[in-house]
Design a binder for this molecule. Structure first.
Ligand code: GDP
Length: 195
């Protein structure tokens, strides 16, 4: 079957609520700490080499980056920012924006949380899962870079993470490198988008 996500293309970047595309469609938001492997995961799911590079453009580190799959169906890249270098007022603005987004965005159909399988469930990840849980929005975690571990360790981590997550969230192993779990993750994202 053709991969609908292969059609994803950059459409907008939003730093304030007014810059968001009209609410009311369906969108899946991708969260992950810097370097977790989020861009690689997005690229693998969309079968594209450089899609998520757009999100790493300097100046976009505090923007929600929208990729349109088809009108009204979006993938949203939530940059995994490093806070240290961000001035306090900007940081407060950004946090307020993100909080409002997760609280109010009607189109939010699901959240993917990308975590390095060797460093899962850090504070940032828990915060994102809490946002989804509070809203009753589905969340699915990718334990990526799974190719860095043997099968036994992968399964151990999977079981440990599953135990610690909110009951409503799901989790799988993933690798953009060796393509472990790509079909499974794509199936979930496509389901949330209504394909
Ligand atoms: P982001 O900051 O979360 O978007 O992370 P990137 O996707 O840019 O990846 C960060 C680093 O991890 C890069 O050097 C990638 O090549 C590497 N990486 C990402 N995914 C994988 C994976 O599945 N396996 C391995 N071995 N490396 C990965």
């Amino acid at each position: 079957m053709a991969n609908p996500l292969a059609r994803a293309a950059f459409i907008a970047a939003a730093h304030t609520p007014k810059q968001l595309p009209p609410d009311g469609g369906r969108e899946v938001t991708f969260a992950g700490r810097s370097n977790a492997g989020k861009s690689s995961a997005l690229n693998a799911l969309c079968n594209q080499n450089a899609l998520a590079r757009t999100s790493k453009t300097p100046g976009r580190t505090q923007q929600l980056v929208y990729f349109e799959v088809e009108p009204g169906k979006y993938l949203v890249d939530l940059p995994g920012y490093g806070y240290a270098k961000v001035p306090l007022d900007l940081r407060a603005h950004w946090e307020a924006f993100i909080e409002t987004y997760f609280r109010k965005r009607e189109a939010l159909a699901g959240m993917i949380v990308v975590m390095d399988i060797r460093h899962p469930l850090r504070d940032y990840d828990r915060q994102m899962l809490a946002f989804a849980n509070a809203r009753g929005v589905s969340a699915h975690c990718l334990l990526t870079k799974a190719d860095k571990l043997g099968r036994g360790q992968q399964m151990q981590t999977l079981a440990a993470v599953r135990k610690e997550m909110p009951e409503t969230a799901t989790v799988q192993v993933f690798s953009a490198e060796s393509k472990i779990g790509v079909d499974e993750a794509r199936g979930i994202v496509c389901g949330w988008l209504g394909f």
